[in-house]
Design a protein around this ligand. Structure first.
Ligand code: PEP
Ligand code: CO
Length: 433
C-alpha cells in the first residue's frame, strides 16, 4: 500500500482528540503546513547514524525530560537548567563508560498525553481527562479539546529549540565549563559535591592534555542535543511533514525522534503514519508485547531492516521485566534495533491518591535490564527517563519521603526524578549499578 502523510486517516485510530470545531481544525492544520520546519532532515540523518553507533555498542542513549511539557512553565532558565542537568548526567555516565552519550530530550514538542480513561470525576462531575497542553488545559474549565492549542505547541517548541540550539552551538557545552553545571540547590548536597569532584578530575585531565599541545575544540560533539516526543496527535504530526529537498523522502519535522506509546501501539492509524516518515522511531514495549507481534511491527516500520531506525523502549516494571523481556531480546537479535529501558512507566503507583514511583523500583528495573541484556547477548543501549531540573518531590527516595510527596509536587502528568535523584541515578549507572 502506498504511503503519504495522510494515509493514516482511513484507518481506525485510538487516543485521538475529539475536536468539536472541525472547521477551525482544518484552518489550524493549514496554518501549520505553512510554518517552517522545526528540525532539518540532515540532523535526523545524523541522529540515525548515532543510533547505529549505539547498536554497535560504541555509544549510549540518554533520553529524558518531562512526562508532559507545560505551556505555563516555559522559561529560559528552566531550559538552561534542563540542558545543564542533561550535560551533567552525560559527563557522569560518559566518563565512567568511556563512550559518547547520545542526548535526546523529551522536550520541544512533548505536549500530548494518551490516557487510559477518557473522563475523570471531579467533585461528582464527569469531565474529560487532561490530555496534555497540546489538546486541552489542566484547569477544570479548559478540558474541551481545542485545535488552537497545536499552534501554541508549535511556537513553544520553536522557542525551546531555539535556545537549546544556542546552548549546544554557542559554547555552553564547552568541556572547560563542566564544573559550572551544578544547579544552585545541589551545590551543597552530597551528589552535587560528588559531581564537583568528578568535574575537577576531568578538568585536570583536560588541562594536562592541552598542556601537551592537544587542542580541545570548544565546539564539539559533547554539546549535541536532539529532541523527541510521542507522536500522538496525528493532525499535528501530518501537518509538520516536509519533503526533503536535498535527499528526498518525507520527514516529520516536528522533532528529530518520535515514539509510539503503549496506548497507541494498537492504533492502526498511528502505525500507518509512523511507517512512512524517515525519522528514527521509538516503540514502547510492555509485558503485553509478544515476540511475534514485535517482529510484525518491525516488518511494518522498518521493512528493509535499516540500522539506526528503531529504538525499542522496554517499559516493563520491576516485577515483570525478568519474565517478559528475554524472549523479546532473543527474538529481535537478527534485527537492527537498539534496546533501551524506560524504568519509569512500569513502576507507577498511587500513594494517598497521588501518582509516584520508588527510586528503588526504578533502579531495580534498570539493574535487571542490564543483567538480562547481558545474559541474552544484547547491548543495553540506554535509558529513557522522566526527570526534571527542578527540586520537585514526586518520586520517593533519597531526600523525598512518602510524607514529603506533597511538598513540591509539580508535574502535569507522571512523577519525575528531581535533579538530585537524576544525578544519583547517573552515578549508579556509571558505576555499573
Ligand atoms: C510516556 O512516555 O509518558 C508514556 C505515556 O509512556 P507509555 O506509553 O510507555 O505508557
Ligand atoms: Co509519562
Amino acid at each position: 500500500m502506498s504511503w503519504t502523510p495522510s494515509t493514516w486517516r482511513s484507518l481506525p485510530i485510538k487516543q485521538s482528540p475529539n475536536y468539536a470545531d472541525r472547521e477551525r481544525l482544518v484552518e489550524v492544520e493549514r496554518e501549520l503546513r505553512g510554518y517552517p520546519p522545526l528540525i532539518f532532515a540532515k540532523e535526523v540523518e545524523l541522529l540515525k547514524s548515532k543510533i547505529a553507533k549505539v547498536q554497535e555498542g560504541r555509544a549510549f542513549i540518554l533520553q529524558g525530560g518531562d512526562c508532559a511539557e507545560s505551556f505555563d512553565r516555559l522559561s529560559g532558565a528552566g531550559i538552561r537548567d534542563f540542558y545543564k542537568l542533561f550535560l551533567q548526567m552525560s559527563v557522569i555516565v560518559g566518563y565512567a563508560r568511556g563512550m559518547e552519550i547520545l542526548k535526546i530530550g523529551r522536550i520541544a514538542g512533548q505536549f500530548a498525553k494518551p490516557r487510559s480513561e477518557e473522563f475523570e470525576e471531579v467533585g461528582g462531575v464527569r469531565i474529560p481527562s487532561f490530555r496534555g497542553d497540546m489538546i486541552n488545559g489542566i484547569a477544570l474549565d479548559e478540558r474541551e479539546h481545542n485545535p488552537e492549542r497545536m499552534l501554541k505547541a508549535y511556537h513553544q517548541s520553536s522557542s525551546t529549540l531555539n535556545l537549546l540550539r544556542a546552548f549546544s552551538k554557542g559554547g555552553m557545552a564547552d568541556l572547560h565549563l563542566i564544573s559550572r553545571y551544578n544547579l544552585d540547590f545541589v551545590t551543597h548536597n552530597p551528589l552535587g559535591q560528588k559531581y564537583q569532584a568528578l568535574a575537577k578530575d576531568i578538568s585536570q585531565a583536560l588541562a594536562f592534555v592541552e598542556s601537551c599541545g592537544v587542542d580541545i575544540d570548544k565546539r564539539n560533539e559533547f554539546g549535541e542535543f536532539f529532541v523527541s516526543h510521542e507522536a500522538l496527535v496525528l493532525n499535528y504530526e501530518e501537518a509538520m511533514c516536509r519533503e526533503d529537498s536535498l535527499g528526498g523522502g518525507i520527514y516529520d519535522c516536528s522533532s528529530h525522534f518520535l515514539w509510539i506509546g503503549e496506548r497507541t501501539i494498537d492504533s492502526p492509524a498511528h502505525i500507518e503514519f509512523m511507517r512512512g516518515i524517515k525519522n528514527p522511531k521509538g516503540i514502547k514495549v510492555s509485558p503485553r508485547m509478544s515476540a511475534e507481534r514485535l517482529l510484525g511491527l518491525l516488518d511494518t516500520l522498518n521493512p528493509s531492516n535499516q540500522k539506526g531506525e528503531i529504538v525499542l523502549i522496554a517499559r516493563m516494571g520491576e516485577e515483570y521485566i525478568a519474565s517478559s523481556l528475554p524472549p523479546l531480546l532473543r527474538a529481535t537479535k537478527e534485527r537492527n534495533v537498539v534496546w533501551v529501558n524506560d524504568p519509569m512507566h512500569g513502576n507507577t503507583i498511587k500513594s494517598n491518591g497521588v501518582k509516584t514511583r520508588y527510586f528503588e523500583s526504578i533502579l531495580s528495573e534498570i539493574r535487571q535490564f542490564f543483567a538480562l541484556c547481558e545474559e541474552c547477548g544484547v547491548y543495553a543501549g540506554g535509558l529513557h527517563l522522566e526527570m526534571t531540573q527542578e527540586d520537585v518531590s514526586e518520586c520517593i527516595g533519597g531526600s523525598v519521603t512518602i510524607e514529603g510527596l506533597g511538598k513540591n509536587y509539580a508535574t502535569q502528568c507522571d512523577p519525575r526524578l528531581n535533579a538530585t535523584q537524576s544525578l544519583e541515578l547517573a552515578f549508579l549507572v556509571g558505576e555499573g549499578l
